[in-house]
Design a protein around this ligand. Sequence first.
Ligand SMILES: N[C@@H](CCC(=O)N[C@@H](CS)C(=O)NCC(=O)O)C(=O)O
Length: 231
Amino acid sequence: MLRHKGIPFERTDLFPAVSRVVVRALGFSGSSVPALKIDGRKIQDSLEISRELDRLQPEPPLFPADPQKRAAVEEAERFGSERLQHPIRQIIWWAFKENSAPLRSYSEGARLGIPVGLAVRTAAPILATEKRIHKATDETVRANLAEYGEMLQRVDDLIAAGTIGGEEPNAADFQIAPSIRLAMTMQDLRPFIESRPAGEFAKRIQPEIAGDFPPVFPPAWLEPLNSLATA
Ligand SMILES: N[C@@H](CCC(=O)N[C@@H](CS)C(=O)NCC(=O)O)C(=O)O
């Protein structure tokens, strides 16, 4: 969103889990990232960030001027933040506990302040913490995969309705695309996504993403997605 508005910025990447402590120590009131210091203010949560950026620099806008269209974008943005983001987060933390080797590919280009190789070698406690915090159990992840087709359909529907995927990206585009793009880094999921409008959309909004995860799920867990592809 910063880049889209042409606002110059400096990015710092933080270790997952450790980020909670660091963000608090930096004086933010909450513990989540993204966390942004801008114009003397500290803002967290991407929904707050999109609104604050529009306030600070209205052009190009992240929300439509038309009230009805704005409401649709706000609802899509909330869906992205509250519904779409968490399942893929649980899926990926579960996967890293099964196989931590792909961590290196996901850390490509990260600005962590220490060499990526060292970060990857010392990541085990972080992986365990994240898996626990996010309740990334076999049961939740299997259920997430079973429901992922519905998530993709909802994104396809938002594109068809013109709420997202328009010529000028809005706050909901920036909220939704990264979750889909992250899901596409998983070889198990990519084939089900890339052929759909949601896949094309995510690649257009976010052409590049670090990470590539080889097959990791028991085939039975992917069955619901398979039947979706042949339906
Ligand atoms: N929907 C929120 C989610 C923020 C969020 O959950 N961030 C995670 C990383 S993806 C985090 O910082 N977790 C640590 C915490 O919540 O303490 C947003 O997009 O800002």
